[in-house]
Write a protein that binds this ligand. Sequence first.
Ligand SMILES: *Cc1c(COP(=O)(O)O)cnc(C)c1O
Length: 387
Amino acid sequence: MLFSTRMDKLPPYLFAEIERKIAEKKKAGVDVISLGMGDPDLPTPAYIVEEMQRQVADPRNHRYPTNAGVEEFAQAGAAFYKRRFGVDIDPEKEFLPLMGSKEGLAHICWSTLDPGDLSLVPDPGYPVYGGSSLLAGAEVKLLPLERENDFLPALDAITSEEARRAKLLFISYPNNPTAAVADGAFFEKVVAFAREYDIAVIHDNAYSELAFDGYVAPSFLATPGAKDVGAEFFSLSKPFNMTGWRVGFGVGNEQILEHLWRLKTNLDSGMFEAAQRTAAFVLNGPWDTVHEMNAIYQRRRDVLIEALQAIGLNAEKPKATIYLWVPVPSGYTSTSFAEHVLDQAAVVVTPGNGYGAAGEGFVRLSLTVPDERINEAVARIERSLTI
Ligand SMILES: *Cc1c(COP(=O)(O)O)cnc(C)c1O
């Protein structure tokens, strides 16, 4: 059979070898602890499940949805953006349901990029930004996120020739995988850069609600002028333990969202209206469960950081997300350290270079496992390093 040459453009799947080893170990009966997945371990809160049960039973939700979404979801999204970020959103023109923000991140490339265009993609970064840009025929310019620069992309390192060819810029703070946060000053630089070169900015906002020690993450859209150049994709997946539900939305620049909407009318028929109405219900509050989850993640973060520091791993305390981005001990690469820990301790950590070459020298540890498993994982890593 012959397949599309487009598929050849996709980068090799770097976690394939580790996944094979995990499967092998599990088959051999080894108790593997995975700190590899960014997938909340606790179930969706009961009040959300109960609302969804009510909505599923309601026949008005059983027919084809529209891509534009139901009014109450748009209004709840706009009200949330106003209340939480001080951002004004027109629910009719500046809101678009996404079946998970990943879906929107993938399709935005198709509604924005042409072959030959440049797509500006953080390295390390969520793999969809670059992968989908390549599928759409664009070229990818990787923007290294260096520790010296607080894991923010150095926009002034982009040449003006590159900037003129660029049509799309992805950013995401609080960041996966580095757990870095950004402030208003960085977002202002992004707006100025995007204005100068007429670039559409997509801020992937999957983690603003997962923050610790009183830190409050800003929205990119709260930056003056941001709505002229960009859109933000918000997701219910991480703050509400709803990764399986596929519920997110885009807000911001009307033109960006109109093009994405028009593309999507040719691809899908919108989000299950029961899920949209449940999402509206969730966005309208209460948010006690988010605070409870943050307390849980913060405790796990502290346990893990303390233990890592005790065994000489120089891990910094993140202000947000559900990850630790940890430099590997000297003498190791990302891959060799991840393999060592898997072989000797049966603990899965994600090699940083899996998110891009600039992630070399780091591993990502996820906080989505129960405390006692975190303690056990650290004890095993400690033993493995002293052999
Ligand atoms: C988890 C994650 C997403 C995907 O969220 P969905 O809404 O579940 O598709 C997007 N971006 C980043 C950086 C993530 O970590």
